[in-house]
Design a protein around this ligand. Structure first.
Ligand code: SF4
Length: 116
């Protein structure tokens, strides 16, 4: 992934900015695959992959219908301290997305397009 990828991912969840935390949480815990389709503790061992964290994120979240909502919720909840797999991204990638995501929020607030 590169800077353009992170920009694109952050832009792709802009539409979720007005959604309240509790609504996002309800949607993710209701529809997120890992909350009902499998046990997060029994995910495959992909340590032999070139990039195991990304491979695990892609495998674990494949087919989930709330990837964007999950990512938005995790960025709000954990911010730059995010760990594990959420929103189909490895934590290093999510931290990079968080930097762009935060910058986009700050700019929208400065323009008056988003409440404080
Ligand atoms: S995107 Fe991944 S971590 Fe998030 S709810 Fe879906 S399966 Fe779970």
């Amino acid at each position: 992934m590169n800077r353009d990828d992170y920009d694109e991912i952050a832009e792709g969840i802009d539409y979720l900015a007005p959604v309240p935390d509790d609504v996002l949480c309800e949607v993710v815990t209701r529809d997120g695959l890992c909350f009902w389709a499998f046990d997060r503790d029994t995910m495959p061992d992909l340590s032999g992959e070139v990039d195991p964290d990304r491979a695990l994120a892609a495998a674990a979240c494949a087919g989930c219908s709330v990837i964007r909502e999950c990512l938005e919720l995790e960025l709000r909840a954990a911010g730059a301290h995010t760990v594990g797999i959420w929103g189909a991204l490895a934590e290093d990638d999510r931290r990079e997305v968080h930097r762009v995501w935060k910058w986009r929020h700050v700019n929208r607030r400065a323009r008056g397009d988003e409440p404080e």
